[in-house]
Design a protein around this ligand. Structure first.
Ligand SMILES: NC(=O)c1ccc[n+]([C@@H]2O[C@H](COP(=O)([O-])OP(=O)(O)OC[C@H]3O[C@@H](n4cnc5c(N)ncnc54)[C@H](O)[C@@H]3O)[C@@H](O)[C@H]2O)c1
Length: 253
């Protein structure tokens, strides 16, 4: 059984479809149209989701994809950080024990190529990684949506890299990786494109391959990272962004 958060739309939905087409069973978690309806922006919703997964899967999960998220254009900055970092991290960490009982277990976090932009606020990312949601929410109130979004995705990628190689994950045979998508044509991106300030910024952002990505292209990368073909991938952050990161940071290695 593979758990996919944000399974009702966009990248999560495409991931669900890809997995189901290859014969895997999926348990979706979302605000709507999913086996488990839960609000992952709240501590109570996260707890309920983890308990619901245990009840439905008998405490055994083979894969987790933490995909649910909102874009930088939403009004509430606290929602961005609570869902995109704390919701994703809580689901990944909270399902660890169920993953440990799974078959060739693997987990994938959905970060973003915006994580490496200078907009990402370092203090906010640190507050996330300290696990201090109240402080992170206070900081988020003082920042722009773009700063909060990028910081939440930076923190998520860093959490993956800090956690993946440890005894509880790699040492226990559970692979943890991330994808960092660029602009992908989903309802989330469309909301941004329709926004008077974010729309022009998104359209002007360079994509060397041209055009936006499709949810299926990101799903293919996620499914790869879950699969045995990625058996040696651990703590990787796979950019799937049409070349934007390579263009903006060619010498980052
Ligand atoms: N689309 C892009 O350009 C892009 C780029 C980089 C990263 N991402 C990331 O990919 C992930 C998926 O985004 P998408 O573009 O497919 O968006 P989307 O809006 O199509 O899907 C997001 C899903 O998350 C669910 N969701 C929202 N709030 C929730 C909550 N509180 N609790 C549970 N579920 C909730 C929504 O109902 C929806 O089904 C997000 O984490 C996003 O930040 C997207």
């Amino acid at each position: 059984m593979i758990v996919v958060t944000g399974s009702a739309s966009g990248i999560g939905k495409a991931t669900r479809e890809h997995l189901e087409a290859s014969g895997q069973q999926v348990l979706g978690i979302d605000l709507r149209d999913a086996e488990c309806i839960a609000d992952l922006a709240t501590a109570e919703g996260r707890r309920a989701a983890i308990a619901a997964v245990a009840a439905r899967c008998g405490g055994v999960v083979d894969g987790v994809v933490a995909c649910a998220g909102v874009g930088p254009q939403v009004e509430s900055r606290t929602l961005i950080v609570s869902l995109n970092y704390f919701g994703a991290q809580a689901i990944l960490a909270g399902l660890h024990d169920q993953l440990a009982r799974g078959k060739r277990p693997a987990a994938v976090a959905v970060s973003s190529n915006s994580a490496v932009l200078p907009t990402a606020d370092g203090a906010l990312a640190d507050a996330c990684l300290d696990g201090d949601e109240a402080h992170a929410r206070d900081l988020a109130e003082l920042l722009s949506g773009a700063q909060v979004y990028a910081a939440s995705k930076l923190a998520l990628a860093r959490w993956v890299r800090r956690t993946a190689h440890g005894a509880q994950w790699a040492g226990a045979g559970i692979r943890l990786n991330a994808v960092a998508p660029g602009a992908v044509q989903t309802p989330l991106l469309q909301e941004g494109l329709d926004h008077p300030a974010f729309g022009p910024a998104i359209r002007n952002f360079p994509i060397p391959l041209g055009g936006f990505g499709s949810p299926a292209q990101i799903a293919a990368a996620i499914v790869f990272l879950l699969s045995e073909q990625a058996a040696f991938c651990c703590g990787s952050v796979l950019f799937v962004d049409g070349g934007t990161d390579a263009m903006l940071r060619p010498d980052s290695f």
